[in-house]
Design a protein around this ligand. Structure first.
Ligand code: F6P
Length: 559
């Protein structure tokens, strides 16, 4: 597929003006806040239930103006509209990009037709099937082969077929139905499956094999391992001595775009939930890939989750650019990556339930924008794709925040917190959530305003130690808050980052929806199988490093 050549963003006027502006800008958040008491208000944006304070970023109204011009130069809004309309903006795979259609409410007008298909009808047909199945599992109508109700749902998937469900399950655990839990197997390291199922009762366990392609080595291997575990354990205990297929039919369902492969694997297509190739793996948690969530949290919670996504979609689609949160946050990321040489971006959720959110965002952002070629096939003209990372506060504070506060690199950081805790707890008279939030507020304040040498001296610090205790400040942060972490708010947060990723990709001219970069490793792993299995002729073909490493393994393996 060849696409029309796209202009070089670095040759546009706004880019050049931003370069000039950066050269003249001496970021000084203390002064900016002192001189403009309305700065916080000026740079705070409400999107659905999320309030984002961008004021502690290294920007002035002029920076914002130029960044918005840059968005115009890259036609961010035009490309956004093309995405929502189902145009094939995933050029290298010649596909529409329609994760936003997964959360359109039933009966939306006008309905969405793409490539001759009524997308809304397709989406709601599958959702109805997922919800019906979820209700049957939740009510106990669907049982395991011995007639006992399901207590544990194990999602077997990897990448987008794992990270979304596991992250959302961890985030929304408090909404789970009593007596129902979810577990997740992803890694082909046999430890993952072995330890995840070790204490489970096969009679009450339901496996969901989640794979868009149904061709992923890890997932299919783990599915077979779990199938063997199920059948062996049922036989050992004498719980089921009948046909294997009958047992598999009651304990295995699948989610995939490749329903033919599901059947070939031995899962009844009746028990399979489909989706479409216009949903990227890392954009799929709101498709049938979320079946584990629909079962454990319930269809109502899943509907709320989808409504949250949709609220953010509508904000992204309709809010004016200067108040459009994904556009502004995407532009700020470009500002830091390309004009401040920032190579990483921290995401720091002040909520234990979001402990997998940074890992989820790693796939979303890095698999999307870790590219060096533009969608017209030409090389990128500037740095792309920063490294996303993070841990929940306050754990991070006692680990890596030192580098954010006093290191030599610019690390933009998003701080996320909720006004209400999932578990209100008192320590004596002290509200523990209050203590937690005090840390959240303190960190962005310290990063923005720092501590001068004079302030350090005023504390009576020995002069020799003063430099080590100075905080430069002017370390950029965005604070995102919402009333509480609900399914809707989680949907809004995910959609926010999906669209931020899209905005950055569009500025850089990147197809954020393919992932060719993961293919070579997969191919080589297959090619190396004979050598790893001990075939000396195959081993001899390898380069000296690979040969040495495989030989180390072959010489030492004892089991
Ligand atoms: O290897 C990358 C990838 O293709 C991801 O994009 C995807 O989420 C993951 O593998 C799993 O793929 P599948 O859902 O087809 O098993």
């Amino acid at each position: 597929m060849s696409a029309p050549q796209i202009p070089d963003i670095t040759s546009t006027d706004p880019w050049k003006e931003l370069e000039q502006h950066k050269a003249e800008l001496a970021p000084d958040l203390r002064t900016w806040f002192n001189e403009d008491p309305d700065r916080a208000e000026e740079f705070t944006v409400q999107a659905g239930d999320l309030v984002a304070d961008l004021s502690k970023n290294l920007l002035t109204p002029r920076t914002r103006e130029l960044l918005l011009q840059l968005a115009d130069a890259a036609d961010v809004e035009g490309r956004r509209d093309s995405m929502f309309a189902g145009e094939h903006i995933n050029v290298t795979e010649d596909r529409a990009v329609l994760h936003t259609a997964l959360r359109r409410p039933e009966g939306s007008e006008p309905s969405l037709r793409v490539d001759g298909q009524d997308i809304d009808e397709d989406v709601h047909e599958v959702l109805a099937k997922v919800y019906d199945f979820a209700d049957r599992v939740r009510s106990g109508e669907w049982t395991g082969i011995t007639g006992r109700p399901i207590e544990t749902v194990v999602n077997i998937g990897i990448g987008g077929s794992d990270l979304g469900p596991v992250m959302a399950y961890e985030a929304l655990k408090t909404f789970a139905q009593d007596g129902l839990t979810a577990r997740f197997i992803s890694n082909i390291d046999p430890t993952d499956a072995a330890e995840t199922v070790a204490d489970l009762d096969p009679e009450t366990t339901l496996f969901i094999v989640a794979s868009k392609t149904f061709g992923t080595l890890e997932t299919l291997t783990n599915a077979r391992v779990c199938r063997t575990w199920l059948l062996d354990r049922l036989k050992e205990s004498g719980a089921h001595e009948g046909s294997d297929n009958e047992a598999v039919a009651k304990h295995f369902v699948a989610v995939s775009t490749a329903l033919d492969k599901v059947e070939a694997f031995g899962i009844d297509p009746e028990n399979a939930f489909g989706f479409w190739n216009w949903v990227g793996g890392r954009y799929s948690v709101d498709s049938a890939i979320g079946t584990s969530l629909a079962i454990v949290l319930g269809p109502d919670a899943f509907e709320e989750f989808l409504a949250g996504f949709h609220a953010m979609d509508e904000h992204f689609r309709t809010a004016p650019a200067e108040k459009n949160l994904p556009i502004l946050m995407g532009l700020l990321n470009v500002w830091y990556v390309n004009f401040f040489d920032a190579s990483s971006h921290a995401v720091l959720p002040y909520d234990q339930h979001l402990h997998r959110f940074p890992a989820y965002l790693q796939q979303l952002t890095m698999e999307s924008n870790g590219k060096s070629v533009r969608w017209d096939g030409t090389p990128v003209t500037t740095q792309t794709g920063e490294i996303f990372w993070g841990e929940p506060g306050t754990n991070g504070q006692h680990a890596f925040y030192q580098l954010i506060h006093q290191g030599t690199r610019v690390i933009p950081a998003d701080f996320i917190a909720f006004a209400n805790p999932s578990h209100p707890v008192k320590d004596g008279d002290t509200d523990v959530h209050e203590l937690f939030l005090a840390n959240f507020f303190a960190q962005t304040k310290a990063l923005a305003f720092g501590k001068t040498a004079d302030e350090v001296r005023a504390e009576g610090t020995d002069e020799a130690v003063v430099p080590a205790r100075v905080f430069s400040g002017n370390r950029p942060t965005t604070s995102i808050m919402a009333p509480e972490l609900t399914p809707s708010v989680l949907g809004q947060l995910i959609a926010l980052y999906e669209h931020i990723t899209f905005v950055q990709g569009t500025i850089w001219g990147i197809d954020s929806f393919d992932q060719w970069g993961v293919e070579l490793g997969k191919q080589l792993a297959k090619d190396l199988a004979p050598a790893v299995g001990g075939d000396t002729a195959a081993l001899d073909q390898e380069d000296s490093s690979t040969k040495g490493l495989i030989s180390y393994y072959l010489d030492r393996r004892t089991r």
